[in-house]
Design a protein around this ligand. Sequence first.
Ligand code: SF4
Length: 392
Amino acid sequence: MNSQPRLAEYYHAGQKTDKIIPEVKEKMSKHPAGMAVDELSLESVKKELFERHHPSLLPIDIEAHAETVYRILGLKKKHNVLMLGHNYMEPLVFGLSQTEEQGDSLGLSMHAAKTESTYILFNGVPFMAETAKILNPSKTVLVADKTAGCSLADNFGAEEVKSLKAFYPGVPVMIYINSYADAKAECDICCTSANAASIARQMPGDEILFVPDIYFAENLEEELKGIKTVIYPGKGNQQKGAVCEVHERFLLSDLLAVRESFDIPKAHATRVLYAHWECRPEVLQEADFYGSTSQIGRDIAKRVAENQLERAFIASECELTANLAEEFPTVQFWTACSVRCSHMAKVTLHKVLKALEAIDRGGDLSDHEVTLNPEVIERARTPIERMLELSA
Ligand code: SF4
């Protein structure tokens, strides 16, 4: 985003509830996005898609993509594939997964750890699928596009962790879950944006070395002021670290413009400006609520249940807002449609279908399968399991 966003850069992702017939409204609240087609046919798929009443899913999209969705759901069922959908997937891809198969990267990996299915197709970027593989190594874990990267994970690997560790011997190293397995394998513990502060408090000593996200580290530093010293790339060392290129785009001036353009005054009772932990510190300070993707979702659900949310803007990936708008149709959502993760956007319906067709052919899965060295799996599992123990 630039510092003076124009109204045209945003779209209204919500819809007025009086336009939704009561039966559909009830259905949406029970089953917000996942397709629940019992008797699979092209017609039943189309009907489900239309009944979703998704605010950014137009009839023309449904007509164009229903057949692909139908073929995907058929192959998913035929091969009993666990299909996980990250919150940042576009609505048609997100809706391929059942409600309990949708969520953030850690929640989905924990779901993958329990599955009996032979195949797990992770609709997200490869580092997420790696975590699923680490937690359930006997399964075949696939992604639609193995080239989908991430500005955080791609720019801070095992070598960077090792060189920073050498600079601070003896300081426990905590790594954000948004990283590759070989980088995790060099660390003491993992964290998510939901549990980082709590885990850091529980780690021994007065200092914690956090990698790789610099804004996240600065936000953590603020949260732990007077409790623990947070060391991170670039703070008293030559390491560059990394940032999420999506959340980095939100500037304080953008949030102030959003408040004015969409009439969301600070600390308003029913109009809320949300920001993700990966945003800049000054953006978090301006937001009415900040947290992880799942914490933002839970706060919205709580306010909706209490009839306390009329309007919301979320400083995060725009498909997250699109999916929340479907889940909470009574809320008027605004989002910046230009702020999309180009890596996540590489996961398309057609690539998902290709991955399933490769399973169906029974042949080579190498274009989609996420493989890891068994030694890396063992070493990366320890920091993940420690995180799960300390979050319990
Ligand atoms: S939104 Fe995209 S760039 Fe940012 S952490 Fe997620 S995958 Fe990486």
